[in-house]
Design a protein around this ligand. Structure first.
Ligand SMILES: [Zn+2]
Length: 492
């Protein structure tokens, strides 16, 4: 059983393990299994450079998995999330934290959106962020461009719909008009000495010829980046790979990508894009954005850590991830999802006995990411019916109890017997182990004396019925564990 998650933490209250969990040493590296297979020692050394390019294939000459940048759009795309309403104070906190985390860019809502948006944009530009450049995202229109360059941003992200859907039903312009306006806006922004990106919108439902033709034109005009956007979330990784690879052969500037998550491909698409030669990926914290959002920052980090951990660790302050997610979750009144990448409350919790045994021997067996890289802790859950004696042994050692393997196996059998009725809390498990240990060393208990152990437990364990239905929870009205009660009934 997973413990109840708490809002705005990864579920381990105040960073501490919840009940029935054992925190275990996370200093051992989690390496991809294939490295261990080829390793001559059971534990690979802590820093293994050969991580790099682990999955690189000879044909991946386009791949940028060791050279890519983040355009963090929580303060633009994220503002389009249904629950989002960021005050300036919140925006400043988020911007500063993303700067500390180390993202290369943050993207802000267009100053043309509202007077407040313009004021916020100006205020954030005045913060003097350490390393993060500030962009704002505008329509391909001279009025918007003039407003944007006045705010003090480091660059402008220009977007226009190129799909037939958007050309017919949104702005109603043809490709000739789009090209002419794009050139005008780009030249104006460039004349101010700041960065400029030109992106199509709904790129995957646009005509390939139109797309490549306008990208080639804006590349020649001198944009810093062209952008590919899966605005409706329809693209799959193979389509992304093919489009970006084709585009890579057409333009010499950087390629930015933006993926919506309507069909669950946002991270995979970003990865495919990077493999095909894209240089920048748009993210938002927890993936918040229009509809169900875009590539989440943490999910992208998790994915890229596997491709090149040294690159990721050298660029980003990874232990801050949880703090940023908590801040944004609180700001938009959501919880960090239980299965969130890296910070989800059971992301590093191991339960099955066979997993626990292997994890204790070598974490890489069942982990591709090392929790300690993110300031997280690995847990082995032991108070349940699937537990194994190896996991219990690790707890015995933590409690500094002197027990033989035979005794630990015997105590484990009791834990499993009780957990078959209801999951035992960490406190319960500790109590069982302490009572068992005391019984053995006082001579009151011997291995295999289940009934004697039951008596000792009955004497020393306080009743613990928090459920309205004691029976269902394994405890009868007298506070006696129902399992033992059942056994007594059966033997009567
Ligand atoms: Zn979007």
């Amino acid at each position: 059983m997973c413990p109840t998650p708490l809002p705005t933490t990864n579920g381990h209250a105040n960073g501490h393990p919840t009940e029935e969990m054992v925190a275990i040493d996370t200093s051992a590296p989690a390496l991809p299994p294939s490295l261990n297979e080829t390793s001559s020692t059971p534990q690979a050394p802590p820093s293994v450079k050969s991580h790099k390019g682990l999955y690189a294939r000879p044909s991946d000459f386009l791949s940028n998995t060791s050279n890519w940048k983040i355009i963090e759009s929580t303060l633009r795309e994220g503002e389009q999330f249904a629950n989002a309403f960021f005050t300036l104070e919140t925006k400043i906190k988020i911007a500063r934290m993303l700067d500390d985390f180390g993202v290369e860019y943050i993207e802000l809502t267009s100053p043309a959106a509202s007077p407040e948006s313009k004021a916020h944009c100006e205020a954030i530009c005045k913060l003097g962020l350490k390393r993060t450049k500030i962009l704002t995202h505008i329509r391909c229109h001279m009025d918007d461009a003039r407003l944007a360059v006045e705010t003090g941003v480091d660059g402008v992200d220009v977007v226009i719909g190129t799909s037939s859907f958007l050309r017919e039903h949104s702005h109603g312009k043809d490709m000739t008009w789009i090209t002419k306006t794009a050139i005008e806006v780009i030249e104006f922004v460039k004349s101010k000495g700041i960065e400029i990106r030109f992106s199509s919108e709904d790129s995957f439902r646009s005509e390939l010829v139109d797309l490549l033709s306008i990208y080639r034109t804006v590349d020649k005009v001198g944009v810093n980046r062209v952008g590919v956007a899966d605005t409706v979330g329809c693209a799959d990784p193979r389509q992304v790979y093919e489009l970006v690879r084709t585009l890579r052969g057409v333009v010499s500037c950087d390629i930015e990508t933006h993926f919506h998550n309507d069909t669950g491909c946002a991270i995979a698409n970003a990865y495919a894009a990077i493999e095909a030669g894209a240089t920048h990926v748009d993210t938002s914290v927890l993936g918040i954005g229009e509809r169900n959002g875009i590539t989440p920052l943490g999910g992208l980090i998790a994915r890229m850590m596997v491709a090149d951990p040294e690159y990721v660790k050298s660029k980003y302050n990874l232990p801050m991830l949880r703090e940023i997610e908590n801040l944004v979750a609180e700001a938009v009144e959501i919880q960090v999802p239980f299965n969130n990448y890296i910070t989800g409350f059971c992301a590093f919790t191991h339960k099955a006995g066979i997993h626990a045994k292997a994890i204790l021997a070598n974490p890489s067996t069942y982990e591709i990411l090392n929790p300690s890289d993110f300031g997280m802790t690995r847990y082995v859950s032991i108070g349940h019916r699937l537990t194994g004696w190896n996991a219990v042994k690790s707890r015995v050692e933590q409690l500094d109890l002197n027990m033989t393997d035979e005794q630990i196996k015997d105590a484990t059998a009791k834990i499993k017997e009780l957990a078959d009725v209801r999951t035992q809390s960490m406190e319960d498990v500790d109590m069982i182990l302490r009572i068992y240990h005391k019984g053995i060393h006082s001579g009151d208990l011997k291995v295999g004396q289940s009934a004697v152990l039951d008596k000792l437990l009955e004497q020393h364990m306080p009743s613990r019925d928090s459920s309205p239905n004691g029976k269902a929870n394994g405890v009868n009205g007298n506070g006696t564990p129902a399992k033992r009660q059942r056994i007594e009934e059966g033997s009567a």
